[in-house]
Each structure stands twice: as C-alpha cells, then as structure tokens.
Design a protein around this ligand. Structure first.
Ligand code: HEC
Length: 71
C-alpha cells in the first residue's frame, strides 16, 4: 500500500531501499490542521521547535532511506 523502492546499484556495491512515509489518519492528531488544544500544548512544551503541523491525510511526510554496502 505504501510506496517502496529498492535496487542493487549498477556498480554492484550497494543495496538501496526507500519507503515513503505518507500521513495516515492517526498522524493527524499531532501533524494535522486541527490539533486538540491539550496536544498542541504538549507539543509546544516538549517540542518548541516543531513546525510539522498543517498536514492532510495522504500527503508525504518523508521517507525511510537505507544504503548498505554488499560485502
Ligand atoms: C503523538 C503525536 C504524534 C503522532 C501521532 C505522530 N507524530 Fe510524527 N512527530 C511528532 C513530534 C512531536 C515530532 C518531532 C520530534 C522531535 O522534534 O524530536 C515528530 C516528528 C516526525 C517526523 C520527523 C521530523 C520531521 O518533522 O520531519 C516525521 C517524518 C514524522 N513525525 C512522521 C509521522 C507520521 C508519518 C505519523 C503517522 C504514521 C506521525 N508522525 C505520528 C509527534 C507525532
């Protein structure tokens, strides 16, 4: 269901893996547009630099990227 890509680099020396991190419904509790006041207060207290709000379901939040040598 989530987009995943992997490949062996043409050099044959590395394996690479990339998995998208889409915003699902549970993520909206903290990253959405309408965050409950008590959650917003906790975010302000513990993560004052957090700017990762205002997202909608289905948007891409980031990706997991792994690159490993093959030996
Ligand atoms: C309980 C609240 C909460 C929920 C639910 C939550 N997050 Fe987060 N998320 C945070 C906080 C707070 C940070 C910032 C952490 C820090 O600054 O160390 C964060 C950071 C992140 C980051 C990395 C930092 C950035 O802003 O780029 C990503 C990516 C992320 N969240 C994605 C998700 C996704 C995808 C979901 C749902 C599957 C999700 N989060 C659900 C609270 C939450």
């Amino acid at each position: 269901m989530y987009d995943v890509y992997h490949e062996f680099e043409p050099t044959g020396r590395f394996f690479r893996y990339l998995k998208a991190l889409p915003v699902g419904a549970p993520c909206l509790n903290c990253h959405g547009e309408a965050i409950k006041p008590e959650v917003a207060a906790a975010l302000r207290e513990h993560y004052p630099a957090d700017r990762a709000t205002g997202y909608r379901e289905g948007q891409i939040r980031g990706a997991v990227s792994i690159k490993r040598p093959l030996f």
